[in-house]
Design a protein around this ligand. Sequence first.
Ligand code: GDP
Ligand code: GDP
Ligand code: MG
Length: 378
Amino acid sequence: MMKWFKRKKKNKVIDQEESAEQLSVNFDAPQDEDRSEEIICLEEPTNTEEDTPSEGTFLPVADFDTGPAESVEKEKGRYFNRLRDRLHKTRENFVTRVDRVVLGKKTIDFDLLDDLEEVLITSDLGVKTTQVLLQKVADKIKRKELRNPEKLRDNLRDEIRNILSVPAPPWNLKSHHPFVIMVIGVNGVGKTTTIGKLAHELKQTGLKVLLVAGDTFRAAAIEQLALWAERVNVPVVRQKSGSDPSAVAFDAIDAAVSRDVDVVLIDTAGRMHTKVNLMEELKKVQRVIQKKIPGAPHEILLVLDSTTGQNALSQVRMFKDQIGISGLILTKLDGTAKGGIIVAISEELQLPVRYIGIGEGLDDLRPFDPDEFTKALF
Ligand code: GDP
Ligand code: GDP
Ligand code: MG
């Protein structure tokens, strides 16, 4: 079922579907624009049965804590194995090579540390993070706390876990109504896919979710998000391609408020982080949302493709400076040998990784848990 809006012209049905239901909303369009002819389409899921809200409004959390203890353990084990399996390329490129350097050696000498340095750098941990790690190792050797090359491996694992444990207070999704999440990043990193997966997770906790097709630049992007909305069974606010993304966001916030939505997920166009004008477009979206709901967007998540390796660092820096970022999502950790980038990002930028993408399926977005991740990797 579709519901159509026509801006400023209340109760006027835009043909499209004969059975289309009307939903009139009072729009206060931003003064700087005349968009009186723009049409907003709010696509409704066909199945409108309500989920029962649960207590699970603090995210991201690994959602294992339901059901009998036995099945929780089973589920945990299954997920861990899947994560381990999906990280196999990074493990081969990184941990297996660390093993080759340390195992069977009798002492930790300069040659060994040299080899280790090379493995770390070429595993996308980057020069700076590699130095931080090696310095810690060197300190321990000096203090005679570390002699055994095999212990060096455990040491490295523990240090990496510490680096990955960037403070990440859970989102209290009930603290704002609606809670607005904007998803940004360069082209093709997995923004739209991630929103689909995230919507699925949020909906499962009983929250009312609204998707916003803010990538109006590529026509296919709107369709892609609408498909996810259908799959996950949540509504989506969309306009025709080419329209102003901040206008879409403007209407989406109105729709969210009037429909008592809990969480709004805003998709945005992928853009080269080096293009100033496109950054300006993103800032405008941000401003429009802020004007409607002071303090919103409550989370700005930068999506990074882990297969890009070191370039991800410069993406984070640029978006952080220009827009501000509250958290990261690393996608495509399956099938890449460059997963070590997650360590470099955590060490150098101190931003929490909220979720990781380990595949293209609905259940392939997982809350990031440094402990579990390190265990799965090593
Ligand atoms: P966007 O341009 O940032 O919105 O990126 P899309 O969401 O369109 O994703 C680009 C491609 O990456 C699609 O083919 C997705 O299926 C794929 N993708 C996204 N996340 C993952 C992931 O975690 N693993 C894998 N293997 N593919 C992913
Ligand atoms: P090129 O490297 O100069 O060819 O730029 P692109 O191929 O990235 O984009 C071509 C045109 O589309 C330029 O005029 C850009 O300003 C515009 N453009 C690119 N990305 C976006 C976007 O995300 N949103 C909008 N609105 N315009 C974009
Ligand atoms: Mg997209």
